[in-house]
Write a protein that binds this ligand. Sequence first.
Ligand code: MGD
Ligand code: MGD
Ligand code: MO
Length: 779
Amino acid sequence: MKKGKIEPAAENPYELLDLKVTKVEKWAAGVPAVMAAFSDLLEEKVPVRGTRALFKMNQAGGFDCPSCAWPDPDDERSPLGEYCENGAKALAEEATTKKVTAEFFKNNSVYDLAQLDDFKIGRIGRLTEPMYMPKNGTHYQPISWSDAFKKIAACLNALEIPDEAAFYTSGRTSNEASFLYQLFAKEFGTNNMPDCSNMCHETSGTALLPTIGIGKGTVKLNDFYDTDVIVIIGQNPGTNAPRMMSALEKGKKNGAKIIAINPLPEAGLMGFHNPQQISGVIGSGVKLADLYLPVKINGDMALLKAIELLLLDFEKKSPNEVFNHAFIKEKTVGYNAFIKQFEDYKLEDLAEASGVPLSAIYNAAQMLAFKKRIIVCWGMGLTQQPNGVDMIREIVNLLLLKGSIGKPGAGVCPVRGHSNVQGNRTMMINERPSDVQLDRIQEVFGFKPPRKHGYNVVRAIKAMQEDKVKVLFCMGGNFLSATPDTTYTARALRKLNLTVCVSTKLNRGHLVHGQEALILPTLSRSDIDMVNGEQQFISTENSMGVVQSSKGMLKPVSDKLMNETQIVCRMAMATLGTRSVINWQRYHDSYDAVRDDIEKCIPGFENYNARVRQKEGFYLPNAARDGQFITKGFGDRAPFTLTTIPDDGLAPDEYMMATTRTHDQFNTTIYGLDDRYRGIKNGRRVVFMNQIDIDKAGFKAGDRVDLFNYDDGIERIAPLFIIVSYPIPEKNTITYFPETNVLVSVNNVVRESNMPASKYVKIKIKKHDPKIYERMDQL
Ligand SMILES: Nc1nc2c(c(=O)[nH]1)N[C@H]1C(S)=C(S)[C@@H](COP(=O)(O)OP(=O)(O)OC[C@H]3O[C@@H](n4cnc5c(=O)[nH]c(N)nc54)[C@H](O)[C@@H]3O)O[C@H]1N2
Ligand SMILES: Nc1nc2c(c(=O)[nH]1)N[C@H]1C(S)=C(S)[C@@H](COP(=O)(O)OP(=O)(O)OC[C@H]3O[C@@H](n4cnc5c(=O)[nH]c(N)nc54)[C@H](O)[C@@H]3O)O[C@H]1N2
Ligand SMILES: [Mo]
């Protein structure tokens, strides 16, 4: 092996490792989670640096965990640190002192690097200096920061119209950097701001804004501690929001019941050993779900309607005890039409379509019928369904019937993903900014922002393919791997004049690039951020609308990293020069200056600089939380919405596939090859199937298969997967993303929100053909 050259784990990049399948766990966290948290820090060889940082994570005066957006307790925080196993893994990723140097890029061509799996790519280390890929180049080479900005400026200014550029955002970017980023895009002249929300909770916002008047959740963390019923639908808290488990535990101890709705009996829904309490580590833990409903993929709408139909029956028998008629009369519209639809539904048909036994649905309805405070939480299991917008409207319908929204202990709780994805939106990272927002920008800054709506993620990919977009700038994230239809997207990216990625770690998105490409290394959340000799803090907004400061504490791995705020300012100065009416240098030198101007533009940020310095930050206004529904067209009332039940129409040899996360990844960042709670060790190319389906198709667990999708009359192939027999409804399958994003058609989208419907993919499963690779495009 050549010195400094990194080799793939297997000659064929799809080759399977030694996969082991063990038992499905019924409990989340506990001792294994504590061990796993520290073992990742050890593996990255940063035990002291990492552990010190771990105890500062999510503490007042410390830094916000870069992993999920679950809030921190307003008051009492655990003295042991407010972190979880997966937060520790995210930190280990950032805290690593391993480096990707210019020397490394010299020794490894992009082609060579592309042969590595995502796990190996991520493990190489932190990016350390700006790198440039020239036209027809094979290796990235170092470039100075000022030359990098000159290249970007030259490419942007050479475009015929500003709309030939697109500016992507992933959800870790701070409020300060996000605000400047959208301001720059608008002054440059485009609303092409695709962002990770377009693949995540866009569906939630699309449903909530017209129904309750705000596109965000209405509950606070404290509401979980004193409520009657918590419904968790299409979300896997044990893996993706582990600190939510402590809230569920506390709620249960205070008498709440939990209903879990999921095709998989996820460990994190069933039970919890709290790793931050001695009793949780050595004791028996708490049982979480009181009722588990094994819904079919996309069977949720039928299930929700079945529950509502039963509630209507109960209400007829006990008038005024089940529905809250005072609330319905005063705060809603459309009740009669909503109730009328149930004349057309039969309970048995609804149960059949949902996949859940009628007796279990009956139990769910009974648990809800006479309770007044209900919280409904959801995640990607709903938002990534073609009718996800309608399903969330149906959740609102249910809560409106019960008057269970806009009061303590009740409401909607979309559990956000990225740690500042909600803040990005609040800062106007949006391809469809409202007129009110644009008017404000115009008033405060004196330039005319573009009014034409821009491209979201799916539209941006198509626009690149059609040569309408020629430059893609990515503020974080991994555009190639996170988006659908990987082969199509890769082709679109390769056509671009320039791709720019502001990143902390190397990822596959850097290896499939435009004709020219730049990688700009940036600080992460846990890094110390010095500006003009003074240590800065940034701010973020969590899933419940709390804005808080975050201050890193680790020495950056290289002195050539630049913070995201300064990257935006330097790009703006280089690109716009004297054309700009904005003093970018002022922002470049002070985050306080940025916050002062955010305050001028965005409601709810009054006195931002003072309030963000308060220990617990501050809540943004949320009228729906306070019981006021300021909706368009309905005055101060929330409308009931009429929705329909979808028809899945699977052919006899087709299966429905939902793509999901393992316990060992953060989106496209692969922490390890296990999925502990689901009993998978050392492998990601698995397809979970029901044993009855395995038998019917003449397969055996452990068989090697290829997966296919045929949407739009095109053959899409994901080669070499292993069948795992799993407790999942018949005809349903689960695989992990990003591996199966190749199977998701760019046209398979959620109605109205236009997100990829990546939990609703029709596939065929065939015995593995060793020659399959000949039929595939090389990425
Ligand atoms: N450790 C870790 N934390 C994370 C992330 C991570 O990758 N790793 N990602 C972050 C991000 S950006 C996000 S958006 C969140 C995502 O967090 P989640 O919303 O939990 O996302 P997923 O793991 O994709 O899938 C959620 C669940 O949906 C279920 N599901 C699939 N189809 C259906 C269906 O039709 N109906 C129902 N009811 N359920 C269904 C799956 O079985 C799975 O349990 O987590 C955030 N936090
Ligand atoms: N099939 C399928 N596809 C999906 C999903 C799914 O469930 N199924 N989920 C979707 C969802 S919910 C989301 S949110 C998207 C996620 O899409 P993205 O947000 O685009 O993807 P990530 O994997 O989170 O991005 C990881 C990269 O971000 C960079 N990074 C990390 N921290 C920082 C930082 O502080 N600053 C900067 N500038 N860069 C940083 C690192 O270089 C890292 O490689 O994926 C979506 N794609
Ligand atoms: Mo997400």
